[in-house]
Design a protein around this ligand. Structure first.
Ligand code: NAG
Ligand code: NAG
Length: 272
């Protein structure tokens, strides 16, 4: 019995239906998004096309009225306009600058007295991806055993803002209360940059290296991750000679200074 009812409904509704609803999966909060609805009326006459965002009507096309198009302002969303014809209808919306997901529906209805409707819904999420990898600042190439260094990692502007995770040799570092991810003031479209500092206690070992990685993760589905890494090389006095060939000017200078002191010592010793 149910199958017959279903078949009967299908037979009735096949006369008018929505053939395609196009809603972008992600919308950039800095640009208007274009949504389109294609339908087929066959022998039926189109009464109206309505667009909804969640439960609220945002746009109506009624070909028999003057003007045929009406826009409705819903809090936080700006319907910029649209264009409709006998078989399609498109709208341009400026999504609110918050990283949210909303349902957009297209609804067509036939002329009276029946006013039958067909409706389809798709979701759109507001997201602005970071354009660059995060950047770590404050990392010296060589670090002394037992030294404390402070690194700062900044992620590019995005919506939602990125969460920052630090890893030392692939081990996730716990967020101390004073080292939480901080955010900049919002830019146009609600995009924010974020940063987080990390205090690295350099182990008292004689030699070795630490690989420190900063990951910027956007809490969206599926997650978006970008990263940057630095290698900190440990050096101690006994090891200095190893770096003579490729070390920077600071170390060179230190070595020259040690040599000068050494020579002075030798002269003093000889003199005595
Ligand atoms: C909707 O609201 C925006 C800003 O609040 C305004 O600029 C725009 O003209 C409004 N549109 C309509 C159709 O009322
Ligand atoms: C980290 O860098 C950001 C900018 O990239 C800056 O605003 C912030 O003050 C820095 N934090 C520290 C503790 O240096």
């Amino acid at each position: 019995m149910k199958v017959f009812i279903l078949l009967a409904v299908c037979a009735l509704s096949s006369a008018y239906k929505i053939t395609q609803l196009k809603v972008p999966l992600y919308a950039d909060p800095r640009r208007a998004a274009e949504l389109s609805c294609h339908f087929q009326m066959d022998d039926q006459k189109l009464h109206s096309v309505k667009w909804y965002r969640d439960m609220h009507e945002i746009f109506r096309y009624n070909p028999s009225q003057k003007p045929p198009i009406r826009l409705f302002n819903v809090t936080g969303i700006m319907v910029q306009g649209g264009e409709c014809q006998a078989e399609w209808c498109l709208v341009r919306v400026m999504p609110p600058p918050v990283a949210a997901r909303a349902a957009y529906s297209c609804e067509i209805s036939t002329e009276g007295p029946k006013f039958q409707i067909a409706r389809q819904t798709k979701h759109m999420t507001v997201v602005a991806m970071p354009e660059r990898d995060p950047v770590i600042i404050g990392a010296p190439k060589l670090v002394k055993p037992g030294e404390q260094i402070l690194l700062n990692c900044t992620s590019d502007y995005s919506l939602p803002p990125a969460d920052i995770n630090w890893y030392i040799d692939n081990e996730l570092q716990k967020q101390e209360p004073w080292q939480r991810t901080e955010q900049s003031l919002p830019q146009a479209g609600g995009l924010r940059a974020s940063w987080r500092v990390l205090r690295v206690p350099v182990p008292p070992a004689e030699s070795g290296a630490l690989r420190v990685r900063c990951e910027a993760a956007l809490p969206v589905e599926p997650p978006v991750r970008r990263d940057d890494a630095v290698v900190l090389t440990l050096y101690s006095r006994t090891q200095l000679s190893k770096y003579v060939s490729n070390a920077g000017t600071n170390v060179d200078y230190e070595i020259k200074l040690s040599l000068v002191i050494l020579w002075i010592c030798i002269f003093i010793t000889i003199g005595l």
